[in-house]
Design a protein around this ligand. Sequence first.
Ligand code: URA
Ligand code: SF4
Length: 212
Amino acid sequence: MPKAAVESATPYLPERRTLRVLQQAVQSCEGCDLYMRATQAVFGEGPAAARVALVGEVPGDKEDLQGHPFVGPAGAILDRALEEAGIERRDVYVTNAVKHFKFEQRGKRRIHKKPNSAEIRACRPWLEAEMAVLRPRVIVCLGATAAQSILGSSYRLTKEHGKFVPHAWAPHVTSTIHPSAILRAPDEDQRHAQYRGFVADLEKVREMLDAA
Ligand code: URA
Ligand code: SF4
């Protein structure tokens, strides 16, 4: 079969939609080229009753090998910040805007690469289906890729982070920086400042939950 001109996950989505069914079905997705080199697709995880969905960018090296989202260094920062912000793990579902690891091979290392607009668009139906089943109260875009997928390319995370907007997928959508950006900060002062900003945005999410 000739490859479709427009890459999209849509033909691979199952008719029956539960988180488990979606998680199994995503393993067969060929909606864009990223499935070819990745070990496996990494779907979202967390309790079905979670009120918060955190949406990252794309699985990293560890996530690709283990098959679970946010189990690497970015996940460790995320866990710490959630705890500091007072958000309980049983309230949190974590996933990514793009489900297959994108990387560049450098010697033995696989260096994470940012998914492009076509890949983000292709993978969006999985995220949409996932959110339609989960129906979270709050969706938090972690970084610009998730924000682009959910809020569109004109959304300015640097200006709008920490604010809430209504959305078809959830009553409240907000954004904050990606935890990997904290890891990449050039020095300790900036790392600290970025981490404080990250926790402050997550505290607003906790306040939103408390108000419900
Ligand atoms: N970064 C992401 O965006 N997602 C992960 O699952 C891990 C690192
Ligand atoms: Fe399908 Fe998304 Fe993987 Fe592309 S990245 S093959 S759209 S699951």
